[in-house]
Design a protein around this ligand. Structure first.
Ligand code: HGY
Ligand code: MN
Ligand code: MN
Length: 456
């Protein structure tokens, strides 16, 4: 890997290098490139491991101790020079959705590598140990349940979950882990001790278009959306499309179509303003032109920044689906496959990062995250922050996903200086209240919840 180029003005610290970042993203993008379209580097598949090994090698080249934990998270450690034992951590994920983009997760990982490179280039020795993290299987695209690696770290998964959680083919998470050499029975070894970690920061593309619309280079996240996900199977009666009169049918696909439109109309109700609900996958069986569909498997993803609205909308969707299926004489099996609460990230940590933005002259805005992130899970055991960088048109989870290396480099500079600032202030522990870990969303002072105060 080429050395980071020195900044023009002599004497100032070296800044993140857009060329280095673009080069790393290019190399990672070759792994899991899908001949049909985009990137398919799905969790617990060999391409994900290959990407972890590639980046693990870059981190070793920077002199860090790199290990793979029991569930496939890659963890790189840079020792601190004082008795401060609690590490400052930063990173993201390398897995993608199917036919996804080249930046979701990857931006946070190359930012982590570049930040370590800047530490070396600027001869920085921090008081705290630093911990670079590449989380395994963040995307819920395969199993429905997302953030597997970070959930293992915070202790939010047990062995039973690994055998319960399965993909659309019925392959369990435990089987998928075994397929690529991870032992589900060692799950607990991946858990971190709260005392060992002082703060966690994740850089990520916004996966929305607020920054672009406001011409801001940085977003600082205050609330991360929750998500509730269902797998639904509708069982009707397959039959001959010519011989079966309309009044004698139990058409599973017609029922699924009505449920799909109900999902959309519930999310569009004013009482559910802020809810985003999607039927993302739908499999029809036997799926032949002359056979009435006897079975449909479908997945529903419900998101909101407000926990009560998320709960109400999810409940209404299941109730409506049940009523549609009863009226149509088909059977509904609805399985809750994932349920993550919205999370308010700690203001004091966001303030630290915003002071760095001001110092660097990086225009930022405080904003919610419609997408879920590993930082939302890490926030259960450690103060966490998310730094957004713009992505073109807000496009994500599509091959067209794109972020400029210059914007990513600006984000890295913020991350780098925020880590150095935390290293200082956390060494002189501020009042205990500043160490507050985030909380799951509840009413904010004044009774309203974050989403009610409208777009920022
Ligand atoms: O789906 C999400 O919210 C994220 O991209 N994992
Ligand atoms: Mn992501
Ligand atoms: Mn994603």
């Amino acid at each position: 890997m080429a050395k980071a180029s020195k900044r023009q003005r002599p004497g100032s610290p070296i800044d993140a290098d857009p060329r280095q970042l673009a080069e790393m993203i290019e190399k990672i993008s070759r792994i899991g490139a899908d001949p049909v379209a985009g990137i398919s580097r799905v969790g617990y598949t060999l391409p994900e491991r290959e990407a972890h090994e590639l980046v693990g090698g870059w981190l070793r080249d920077l002199g860090l101790a790199v290990e793979t934990d029991a569930v496939g998270n890659t963890i790189a450690t840079r020792p601190g020079k004082s008795v401060e034992t609690a590490a400052i951590a930063f990173g993201s994920h390398l897995d993608s959705v199917t036919h996804g983009g080249r930046f979701d997760g990857i931006v946070g990982v190359v930012a982590m590598v570049e930040a370590f490179r800047l530490m070396t280039a600027n001869h920085i020795d921090t008081r705290h140990p630093l911990r670079g993290v590449i989380f395994a299987c963040e995307e819920g695209a395969r199993f429905g349940e997302s953030s597997i690696g970070s959930k293992a770290i915070v202790g939010a998964l047990n062995e039973g979950d690994l055998s319960r959680i399965h993909d659309a083919d019925g392959h369990t998470l435990a089987e998928a882990m075994l397929d690529i050499g991870f032992e589900p029975s060692r799950l607990r070894e991946a858990r971190w001790n709260r005392a060992d970690i002082a703060a966690f920061i994740e850089i990520h593309i916004e996966q929305g278009s607020t920054l672009e619309a406001q011409s801001r280079s940085v977003g600082l996240v205050d609330v991360v959306s929750g998500s509730t996900r269902f797998r639904m199977t509708i069982l009707g009666s397959a039959g001959h499309t010519g011989g079966t009169p309309m009044q004698n049918r139990a058409d599973a696909l017609a029922a699924a179509a009505e449920v799909t439109l109900a999902v959309e109309s519930i999310a569009n109700q004013p009482s559910h303003r802020g809810v985003r609900a999607t039927v993302g996958s739908l499999d029809v069986y036997p799926n032949r032109i002359t056979i009435i569909p006897g079975r449909v498997d479908m997945s529903i993803d419900v998101r909101d920044l407000d926990p009560d609205r998320l709960r109400r909308a999810s409940t209404e969707i299941v109730n409506r689906a049940t009523a549609v299926c009863q009226r149509r004489g088909v059977t509904l099996n609805a399985e809750l496959i994932a349920d993550v609460s919205p999370v308010v990230l700690p203001m004091w940590l966001r303030e630290v990062v915003s002071q760095v933005c001001n110092k660097l002259g990086a225009g930022y805005c405080v904003m919610p995250s419609g997408a879920g992130h590993d930082a939302q899970i890490m926030a259960r055991i450690v103060p966490a922050a998310i730094i957004f960088v713009p992505c073109r048109g807000g496009a994500s989870h599509v091959p067209e996903e794109w972020a400029s290396a210059t914007d990513i480099a600006s984000g890295v500079d913020v991350l780098y200086h925020a880590v150095l600032k935390l290293d200082q202030i956390l060494s002189h522990p501020p009042d205990r209240h500043l160490q507050g870990v985030s909380c799951e969303v509840g009413p904010l002072p004044g009774g309203n919840t974050p989403a009610d105060d409208g777009p920022r």
